[in-house]
Design a protein around this ligand. Structure first.
Ligand SMILES: Cc1cc2nc3c(=O)[nH]c(=O)nc-3n(C[C@H](O)[C@H](O)[C@H](O)COP(=O)(O)OP(=O)(O)OC[C@H]3O[C@@H](n4cnc5c(N)ncnc54)[C@H](O)[C@@H]3O)c2cc1C
Length: 423
């Protein structure tokens, strides 16, 4: 039996893979989506139990389907996964689950790729890597693995009961770190939170959710930061119906804030002297969104209720005014260090000449340097929104168009082109 053939293989059946399938299908491009586990697996098994979407259901979705909950609700993680299962069904996506792509390599002497999978080989003209913006958890090499403290990544955190008795240091104050730290504190743990640079837009202002403000102010479309520019994490939360992330309020409730985690020696962690600066920069970001929102309301004559109380920033808690610079973990009863420090990518399966020396994709808006290979769902692929649910749908449309354009070139026939031009 000959090798199975299709035009485009999409690797990964998360939201990016489903979006790709919708757009490829709409353009009539034969394709297959291969997912090693289940549809939207990361929403099922690589997120903590209580996670809800960071954006309300009316926004964090694809255009073709609404969530069954109310538009202003924040769907829980399993409802998000269910949504993509239902979406794949609605568009009749040719999606195979339980099929891992182990290697993709260029065919010798002819166009296309050999896609090796756990279920046989497929030949494809184009390959779209949709394996996620957040693939491999990253723990900075600060505390040796044999140190007497349990270390884990937010990726494998599920609930407070999973942790050893005792205090917890959460490193990283993006959306994951802040939400997990609050959950642990609410569960009665003694919690320290190591805070780096972060943006923290208001959850809502003048009656509109931040996703609306970021949309009308053009911030979801913000350009990809220049190479070498530091990435600033965004701290937002849909927990408890959605609320603004405010580190000071968490500290006033009992959490101890510390600066960036800088080093470890003999059971003691050291922190950079940057806590107050990071908190102040977070405030400045928050206030700048309010300023831009007010200016937008004025410029467009919108009738949105004023909200002066949103500008009230609580006073500095002690841990901010006199920050702790070193922490003896055992003495403070800290038994777990939970790293909410982000992710890297891993394209070991993709044998293509389109990666930098750190293994990161080299591409322009998802079009790789190697003809026929595309990426979708990368952080900042085209804009801030690229790795988020609504953003990936638009990037996938662009990539499907690029594949259609290449197919058009390959179908070019001089006589037919002349007849069209003469007509
Ligand atoms: C904690 C957290 C909360 C988030 N909350 C939100 C939110 O509220 N709203 C929002 O818009 N975004 C949110 N995001 C961002 C983003 O929506 C998610 O990261 C989302 O999972 C990305 O979808 P994806 O399809 O691009 O990648 P993934 O969900 O990572 O899907 C990639 C798929 O590829 C599969 N795969 C990988 N390698 C192979 C292979 N070799 N062969 C076959 N299959 C393979 C994986 O099993 C996986 O299912 C959140 C991210 C995190 C980490």
């Amino acid at each position: 039996m000959g090798m199975e053939k299709t035009d485009t293989v999409v690797v990964g059946g998360g939201q990016a893979g489903v979006a790709m399938s919708e757009h490829l299908g709409a353009l009539g491009i034969p394709h297959l989506v291969l997912e090693r586990h289940r549809i939207a697996e990361r929403w099922r098994s690589e997120r903590w139990d209580s996670l809800v979407a960071n954006g309300p259901a009316w926004h964090d979705r694809f255009p073709g389907m609404t969530f069954p909950c109310g538009p202003d609700d924040f769907p829980d993680k399993d409802s998000v996964a269910d949504y993509f299962v239902a979406y794949a069904k609605q568009i009749n996506a040719p999606l195979r689950t339980g099929v891992e792509v182990t290697r993709v390599s260029r065919l010798d002497g002819r166009r296309g790729f050999r896609v090796e999978t756990s279920d046989g080989e497929i030949e494809a003209r184009h390959v779209v890597a949709a394996t996620g913006p957040f693939q491999r958890p990253v723990i900075p090499p600060i505390i040796p693995a044999d140190a007497p403290v349990f270390q884990m990544h937010s990726n494998s955190y599920h609930n407070p009961g999973q942790l050893l008795e005792g205090g917890v240091l959460v490193v990283g104050a993006g959306s994951s770190g802040v939400q997990i730290a609050e959950e642990l504190m609410t569960a009665g743990r003694d919690v320290y939170l190591s805070v780096g640079p972060h943006d923290r837009p208001p959850r809502s202002y003048r009656g509109r959710d931040f996703v609306w403000w970021l949309g009308v102010l053009g911030k979801w479309n913000a350009d990809t930061p220049a190479p070498g520019t530091d990435h600033v994490t965004i701290a937002v939360s849909g927990a408890d119906g959605g609320k603004t992330v405010d580190m000071r309020k968490l500290a006033h409730r009992g959490m101890t804030l510390v600066g960036m985690t800088a080093g470890y020696e003999n059971g003691t962690l050291r922190f950079a002297p940057d806590l107050r600066e990071n908190i102040l920069n977070g405030d400045a970001n928050y206030l700048s969104v309010l300023d831009e929102a007010d200016a937008y309301v004025a410029a467009n004559g919108l009738d949105l209720p004023e909200e002066p109380e949103a500008r009230v920033i609580p006073g500095d808690p002690d841990c901010v005014s006199t920050p702790i610079r070193a922490l003896d973990l055992a003495r403070q009863g800290i038994t777990t260090v939970l790293w909410a420090t982000g992710y890297a990518v891993d394209y070991g399966w993709l044998k293509a000449d389109t990666f930098d020396d750190k293994g990161r994709p080299l591409h322009q808006r998802g079009v790789s340097r190697e003809a026929g290979i595309y990426f979708v769902g990368l952080p900042w692929q085209t804009r801030r929104g690229s790795s988020f649910i609504w953003g990936v749908w638009h990037d996938a449309k662009f990539i499907a168009d690029q594949i259609a354009i290449q197919r058009g070139y390959m179908e070019y026939h001089a006589d037919a082109a002349k007849m069209t031009a003469d007509a």
